[in-house]
Design a binder for this molecule. Structure first.
Ligand code: C5P
Length: 243
């Protein structure tokens, strides 16, 4: 159960230099299963930051949210596989063909190289987007309709799950069933500040609602004792899983 809970805690490595990332990984590796490397850190440090996490015993969620023509996304995804990342993501708005080709080329690469397939996630609608944002780009549908629709599209393409707000877990479960991963940021344990997250959920509520894993940054990084904060969150995840 412990290992299980640890795999469900993803720490957002939202720093802009290699040394700081290295310190966080060394400090938190015992409590955190995956470290999320996003566009800022990857653009600054490149693949060496992925290797650094792996060398310290951590695994990587490569959060680059690929969105391009099918061939380009599929080729980028294969490069992510070559880096040995545990999880990566694309934008479901790139469409069915983009996701299908990505699954096909990743599967072919993993079969040929004898490596296990990373967990492939799709972003549905960014939680920073409102209905007004969608109307501005010509999408005249409610977010509550777009999120499950795009999640289902990702599932149909062969993706393993989505990144979503904890508030959307129910809608996505209803559309995609139990055998689908839902990774949620915007989680705030009761001991942490809200920061700029507006629609938040506690780890207990997110796991109980059916989230598979939680992306957590500042509640750990800004805590007086980050390791203790991570341990408390892990305990909360364990308790929710045991219910
Ligand atoms: O510090 P905090 O826990 O808010 O960090 C959450 C992480 O999840 C950040 O890396 C943020 O970019 C990311 N994220 C988010 N909300 C989304 C998608 C990603 O907060 N909808």
């Amino acid at each position: 159960m412990k290992q299980n809970a640890k795999q469900r805690l993803i720490f957002a490595l939202d720093v802009d230099d290699f040394a700081a990332a290295e310190q966080w990984v060394s400090q938190l590796q015992a409590k955190v299963g995956l470290f999320k490397v996003g566009k800022q850190l990857f653009t600054k440090c490149g693949p060496q930051v992925v290797r650094m996490v792996q060398e310290r015993g951590g695994e990587v969620f490569l959060d680059l949210k690929y969105h391009d023509i099918p061939n380009t996304v599929a080729k980028a995804a294969v490069e992510a596989c070559k880096l040995g990342v545990k999880m990566f993501n694309v934008h479901a708005l790139g469409g069915l063909e983009m996701m299908q080709q990505t699954v096909a080329e990743v599967d072919a690469y993993c079969a040929a190289s004898g490596t296990s397939r990373p967990i492939m996630l799709a972003v549905t609608i960014l939680t920073s987007s409102t209905e007004e944002t969608l109307r501005g780009v010509g999408i005249d549908r409610p977010v509550t309709e777009m999120v499950p629709r795009l999640a289902k599209l990702a599932k149909d393409a062969g993706f393993d799950g989505v990144v979503a707000s904890p508030k959307e877990v129910g809608l996505i479960r209803a559309a995609c069933g139990e055998d689908f991963q839902i990774v949620t940021p915007g989680v705030r344990p009761s001991f942490a500040a809200m920061d700029d997250q507006k629609r938040v959920t506690t780890p207990t509520d997110a796991i109980s609602a059916g989230a598979t894993a939680l992306v957590i940054g500042r509640p750990i990084s800004a805590a007086a004792d980050p390791l203790e904060a991570a341990a408390k969150i892990l305990a909360e995840i364990e308790a929710a899983l045991a219910r």
